[in-house]
Design a protein around this ligand. Sequence first.
Ligand SMILES: [Zn+2]
Length: 199
Amino acid sequence: MIQTCEICNEPISKNIHTLNGMNVCHSCFASLHKYLEGTIDPDSSTGFQIKMKHVVSDVLGDWRIISLPKYPYTLYSDLLGLLSIKTAKLSDTNKWLFDRENYNLIPDTYIFICLDEYKTIIERVFVIPENSPIFGKRGFTITNTDIGLERLKDYEVDADIFNEIYQNININELPEFRNRPTNISTTIDTKVYIAPSTF
Ligand SMILES: [Zn+2]
């Protein structure tokens, strides 16, 4: 009998893995085990994306996490379909620069989250269907000027709701971080920098 992966439903040809009691294929295990085991580093870029997924899902209310081949750990909303959440900080040239997805699967809706240059505040949020004519082929740029923002005003939503959740999110309550290694100190104030001796 051929086993099928309990996440992607593809047949498992070899190397059955167990993840949270499920039989899963190697590809799903490789892409998902850190999320499901809760060992993501919150300071990594993946950790930042996870925080943003929680912010968006808290705002939407309606959502679930699904995993598809080559598209792990993706938010799905009954209202907006498959979501791609893209974040960018404001660049030196006063623009937010975003990539498009380049995986096999195309999302239904992009959510573009525009942060300030230090990634401390969510300044603007745009919700744009994938088939919108305003997209370029590869990337998407939002210029932080009256003209640049006017062009996108039909897609802009209230960023304050997103930012309020972002400011108050408690990473200790997020399952993806629950078993993160604690031997890595994130505080630098107790460390003493010893300068290399000069000869
Ligand atoms: Zn799988």
